[in-house]
Design a protein around this ligand. Structure first.
Ligand code: B16
Ligand code: MG
Length: 248
């Protein structure tokens, strides 16, 4: 098995909780169009480009739009989405994500972003994590959406590493399929039943680091370092929670 030399992170749903903003914006647009839109439909849009997401919503509602209105609806959805994003604070980073990135850097792992979003650069800046990435491949740089592996393959190429030496962290069905098709190792963030094709599935990046399965994915030295780090982080968190409980 190849030595792991780096990580490629999806953005929405892995590093930051912007999925809820996408949901709200698509929900509003679907309502405008008279299309039923629940969490189940939203799940199918995760990791999928803006254009393909609107195409799916129109298909569900059996609606066809002229090219100009299609463009306007996409722009409208993005405006609603960005209204939430601009208000976003550091707390929208998912638990442990920023720390996990910093730790990966300390361990000399290559770090890349592989996201379908055209707003990725803005979001990384708002979270103040841009300098941690050696390469940022986003929706502005690819022509094929996940489950096509292009976004991750471009990341691997930019990092000058083979796919089998990179672990992709993904929260979407399309993203896990893209990672698998590209020959990457895959870690699913979220629900085991939904992300059944991922090599392992965990609830978040912090928890990933401490799990036995994740350690099996890594090289022994890396696994040990990550496990120790995770233990320390979880301990810190538990201590802070305990102190809070005692104080209140
Ligand atoms: P934008 P990811 C994806 O981000 C989202 O999961 C998906 O819901 C969204 O439609 C897509 O980005 C495009 O985003 O409209 O900002 O260009 O999960 O690949 O980081
Ligand atoms: Mg995602």
């Amino acid at each position: 098995m190849a030595t792991i030399k780096g990580f490629i992170f999806d953005l929405d749903g892995v590093i930051v909780d912007t999925a809820k903003f996408h949901f709200k914006a698509w929900h509003r647009l679907a309502q405008d169009l008279g299309v039923n839109f629940t969490e189940a439909e939203n799940e199918q849009l995760k990791g999928v480009s803006r254009k393909e997401s609107l195409e799916k919503i129109l298909e569900w509602g059996n609606i066809s739009l002229e090219a100009q209105e299609f463009e306007e609806r996409m722009a409208q959805k993005n405006e609603w989405y960005l209204d939430f994003v601009r208000e976003m604070g550091q707390e929208e980073a998912l638990p442990g994500a920023k720390e996990f990135l910093a730790e990966s850097q300390k361990l000399n792992l290559a770090i890349g972003l592989g996201s379908a979003s055209k707003n990725a650069a803005l979001i990384l800046d708002l979270l103040e994590v841009t300098p941690l990435f050696q390469t940022i491949i986003d929706g502005t740089k690819v022509s094929n959406s996940k489950p096509n592996p292009e976004v991750f393959l471009k990341g691997a190429e930019a990092l000058n590493l083979a796919p089998e030496s990179l672990v992709v962290f993904e929260d979407s069905i399309a993203g896990i399929e893209a990672a698998n098709r590209g020959g990457f190792r895959s870690v699913g963030i979220g629900n085991k039943t939904i992300l059944k094709d991922a090599e392992i599935v965990v609830s978040g990046l912090l928890r990933t680091a401490g799990t036995q399965n994740f350690m099996k994915v890594l090289n022994p030295y890396l696994a040990l370092a990550m496990a120790l780090w995770a233990k320390e982080q979880i301990l810190k968190k538990t201590t802070a929670e305990l102190a809070y409980k005692v104080a209140t």
